[in-house]
Design a protein around this ligand. Structure first.
Ligand SMILES: O=P(O)(O)O[C@H]1[C@H](O)[C@@H](O)[C@H](O)[C@H](O)[C@@H]1OP(=O)(O)O
Length: 925
């Protein structure tokens, strides 16, 4: 078959989604036998005896791999190897891998084209997607040497799954060398196979032996189908690198996007809408207020209603994006996508090295959570929130100042009331139900549940805040003006004007007034407890009188029941349990209703104070915080689910998960200059807000495995579903629904030319304080880890890891205030990995700087943990940056295969963060 390059698309694994890909029309093709979720085909390449077009010219070669699908004539560029310099017998470290989703069959033809690269600066600097049905543009800086092609079936059925093919010139005539294609299988024993290859690498002769050790299950392959439900569009790359003892290790790099990028924001926005609608309703139900407060409330409600409408619009827009799983860097400023994280991916490295266990290293890469649409002119959340709070504290002549902690407390109590009241009502009804069935056991059980919930309810009000809010609300009612002004407690109070609008209190304390009957609240509140005690006493007596020897309890609780009420009822002639209990339950419900009514109104009044100050600025700040949090949460949930699935078989991890919680470490590469200061300020708050999130693992009851979020702004619970088989194997505490906590930490080191400016002429204090604060958090986590994990685990852990030393080293580096001290990032990442944590790397777009950092991290791990041959460190780094997943990430974002750096910028970068020649340049980002 004549191979004609038509319809060539830009290199890269951007294949059709599975359903389309399998749609081969009338044709029947032979599928490749494969292990589920494993790549279908992986091979490596080497050339021999290449003939240079000009005699004595040293060859610098690369192989371009293209695919001809059996149903089509067109040829699709698939991937490339790296350039191997100065040899006629190049052995390529970058291999080829076809992931399980790729539409490849035994009939699929693979074309291998060998090029001689004359000018590296031009190579791979090709712009965007080539036009359809056109021959590819002539390659600048490289010349064609020869090509060979084969059918996948031929390779698979060949002896030892190895083909040696002649490379021919374009007219198909002259042989210009040989190309060897050999199938590799990650993790498979190649019994006694020793392939002595000599390669000429940068003038060095290096004898290499291909050898693999026994497979080790590193990723719990059976978990993958579930994981694949959240991960989408994987891009896979394969490499082989020599170890220090001249053996091969194999590395599979994988990058996948996640549908959680859109799912989590949608879940979260729905919750915000629910929460805000409920708050707006509570504001409306605040009752009659004096004109000053009433006007404020009307104003607040107008703005709050507008805000809810805006959230609803955003949700509607996002809901149109069904099936989306990726927001590109170029969309980061789009209003409708504000809640969606930028360029979120799982970046995974699977290492299979001789004599060592297979290992997986995961990093979540994502654009720094930040409100790009709102912009950074006035800074980011860290500064804005601080400024807002200071101003609010100092300009209170129209409002009562409640600290952020008290405002949060008010929201928490309100939320508890809203949850507990219906729950208690349900348990009360269940108790009546048990009574009507005359079932002592069921009665006792129902009573137990009712008592537990009622005690929680009563406990929720044991807070001074409710008392102070009740008094404040009393004074805000028409005619509720205090006759005597409250005695000032400090100079701030003294400076408050006393005439209407009503007296203002700018301190966070309980207002007191002699005319106000504070004890009334105590009575209302205590009545709930008393009526519960009556129910308990009644149940005990009913069971006892029923003659049941099992009738437990002493008939009273703290002797607080109302004896007259109980006596009057137990002397009732009919022993109808329902009738006996019914009036008591009614009393309980009434008492509770009274408490709820008063507490809700007073706490809503607290919320009104926060909202009323500086509208609409306050609401815009909430929106900004919601946006940043949503992006951060999408990344976190993705990281958590991946970590859970890959570590399910590790009992130590599971124990850590429920006894300590997980560390989540963010590496930030933002500069403390210009707009990126605001991004870093947003990011710092977004990450810190993740402390409010807890996870809960539940059993999946259907095929819908997507996580569900419950809660409100101050506290969210993310329910992660596991299929029954996996769920059953979990520790009891997790199965019982124990909340699993996360400890987010952020370390930032700016690395680009902007950071140079910040260091010379600007300010790096933001980065310094973030690193210092987060170091303290990391230390705290370590202390809890050491305290809570069992002693035998800790002694083994300490033998393996010098965490104390690493922490000390990190501390010294943070204190050292060295410029662009990237050691901080390496140490923080190492500590996180050793503590079984979740790793994140972020820059503005997670595209360029992030790509440099994750590839450096991958190669450093290969060097430190897998004995990567030291002479191959830079080559491995260049392979990953030139032809690896990250250049595909750039292409995916900006439709151009160039890291967006220029030469001048790169001079300012730390040495190992500079990409290889030819892979960067001016790109329209
Ligand atoms: O992925 P990033 O490193 O945030 O991309 C930057 C790049 O570092 C910088 O050199 C370039 O000028 C652009 O600003 C890139 O950001 P984009 O968000 O525009 O992709």
């Amino acid at each position: 078959m004549e191979i004609k390059e038509e319809g060539a698309s830009e290199e890269g694994q951007h294949f059709l989604p599975t359903p389309q890909a399998n749609d081969t029309g009338d044709f029947q093709f032979t599928s490749i036998q494969k292990t589920p979720n494993e790549p279908q085909l992986e091979f490596i390449l080497a050339c021999k005896d290449l003939v240079a077009p000009v005699r004595d010219r040293k060859l610098n070669t690369l192989v371009q791999i293209s695919v001809i699908h059996p149903a089509e004539q067109g040829l699709t560029r698939y991937s490339s190897t790296e350039i191997v310099e100065g040899t006629r017998d190049p052995l390529f470290l970058t291999g080829v891998t076809f992931p399980s989703e790729y539409p490849i069959y035994e009939e699929t033809k693979i074309k291998l084209t060998v090029y001689d690269v004359k000018d590296k600066s031009h190579d791979t600097v090709r712009t965007s997607v080539l036009p359809e049905h056109k021959d590819p543009l002539p390659e600048v800086g490289r010349s064609f040497l020869g090509y060979a092609s084969f059918k996948v079936g031929e390779l698979l059925k060949s002896k030892e799954q190895l083909l040696a093919l002649s490379l021919r010139t374009s007219d198909g005539g002259k042989v210009v060398g040989t190309i060897e294609v050999s199938v590799v299988k990650m993790g498979e024993i190649e019994d006694g196979e020793a392939d002595h290859i000599t390669t000429d690498v940068q003038g060095q002769k290096c004898a290499l032996v291909c050898e693999c050790t026994a497979p080790e299950s590193v990723n719990g392959k059976d978990n993958l189908p579930f994981l694949n439900a959240v991960l989408k569009n994987p891009v896979c790359k394969l490499y082989r690198f020599p170890t220090s003892d001249n053996k091969w290790m194999r590395i599979r790099e994988q990058m996948s996007e996640s549908i959680l990028s859109f799912h989590i924001p949608k879940e979260l926005i729905s919750l915000h809408i629910k929460e805000d609608l409920c708050r707006n309703q509570e504001l409306k139900e605040l009752g009659e207020l004096s004109p000053h407060w009433d006007n404020l409330r009307k104003n607040v409600l107008t703005h709050c209603d507008q805000m809810v409408n805006m959230y609803q619009d955003i949700l509607t827009e996002l809901s149109k994006e069904t099936g989306s799983s990726f927001k590109s860097s170029s969309s980061k400023g789009e209003k409708t996508l504000e809640f969606v994280p930028v360029n979120l991916h799982l970046q995974r490295m699977h290492v299979h090295s001789p004599h060592l266990k297979d290992a997986l290293y995961d990093v979540i890469t994502v654009g720094a959570p930040a409100a790009h649409f709102q912009g950074f002119k006035n800074g980011g959340l860290r500064k804005l929130l601080h400024r807002f709070e200071m101003e609010r504290r100092n300009t209170g002549y129209q409002f009562i100042y409640y600290s952020p902690e008290n405002t949060a407390k008010a929201k928490e109590v309100l939320s508890n009331i809203n949850q507990l009241q219906p729950l208690i009502a349900t348990h009360a009804d269940l108790l009546l139900n048990s009574a009507s069935q005359h079932s002592p056991d069921s009665l006792k059980n129902s009573l137990k549940m009712l008592s537990e919930k009622t005690e929680l309810f009563v406990h929720a009000f044991k807070d001074q805040l409710v008392r102070s809010a009740l008094l404040a609300l009393y004074t805000a009612r028409p005619g509720g003006v205090l006759k005597k002004p409250p005695s000032p407690k400090n100079s701030t109070e003294e400076s408050c004007p006393q005439d209407p609008p009503p007296p203002m209190r700018r301190q966070d304390s309980i207002p007191h007034h002699s005319d106000y009957d504070e004890e009334e609240w105590d009575r209302v509140w205590a009545n709930v407890g008393k009526s519960l005690n009556c129910i308990i006493a009644m149940v005990d007596k009913l069971i006892e009188r029923d003659g049941g020897s099992e009738g437990g309890g002493d008939g009273s609780k703290d002797g607080e029941e109302d004896p007259s009420l109980v006596d009057s009822i137990i002397t009732h002639p009919r022993e109808d349990w329902y009738e006996q209990l019914y009036p008591l339950i009614l009393t309980l419900k009434d008492c509770m209703g009274e408490v709820v009514n008063r507490a809700k109104q007073s706490l809503t009044f607290v919320l009104l104070q926060e909202l009323a100050y500086s509208l609409p600025q306050c609401l815009m700040l909430t929106l900004r915080r919601d946006i940043v949090f949503s992006q951060a949460l999408a990344g976190l949930v993705c990281g958590f689910i991946i970590k859970l699935h890959t570590s399910l078989h590790d009992p130590g991890f599971l124990q850590q998960l429920h006894t300590v919680g997980l560390i989540v470490q963010y590496e930030g590469l933002l500069s403390t200059y210009s707009d990126e200061i605001g991004m870093l300020e947003d990011m710092a708050v977004g990450i810190s807000d993740l402390k409010k999130v807890a996870f809960k693992i539940i059993e999946a009851k259907s095929n819908d495995v997507l996580p569900v979020i419950t809660g409100r702004r101050e506290h969210y619970v993310v329910e992660v579903k596991l299929p029954a088989r996996m769920f059953e194997a979990l520790p009891l505490q997790i199965k019982e629904g124990q909340l699993l906590h996360v400890y987010p930490v952020l370390f930032n080191v700016g690395i680009n030319e902007q950071q140079t400016l910040a260091e010379r002429f600007g300010d790096v204090s933001l980065q310094e304080s973030i690193n210092q604060e987060n170091f303290e958090l990391l230390k705290e986590y370590y202390a809890i880890f050491m305290e809570k994990m069992p002693p035998d685990y800790i002694s083994h852990f300490q033998e393996q890891n010098d965490l104390k030393g690493l922490l000390e080293n990190l501390h010294q580096n943070i204190q050292a205030k060295k410029r662009k001290n990237v050691e901080i990032m390496w140490l923080a990442a190492t500590i996180c990995r050793k503590l079984n944590g979740i790793r994140f790397t972020c820059c503005k777009s997670a595209k360029d700087r992030t790509s440099m950092s994750v590839t450096l991290e991958q190669c450093s791990i290969l060097r430190d943990e897998h004995q990567l041959h030291k002479d191959f460190f830079i080559r491995a780094l260049d392979c990953m940056r030139r032809e690896g997943c990250r250049i595909e990430n750039v292409l995916k974002n900006i439709k151009c295969r160039k890291y967006a750096f220029n030469m001048l910028q790169l001079l300012a970068f730390p040495k190992y963060y500079r990409p290889p020649e030819g892979t960067y340049g001016k790109a329209d980002t």
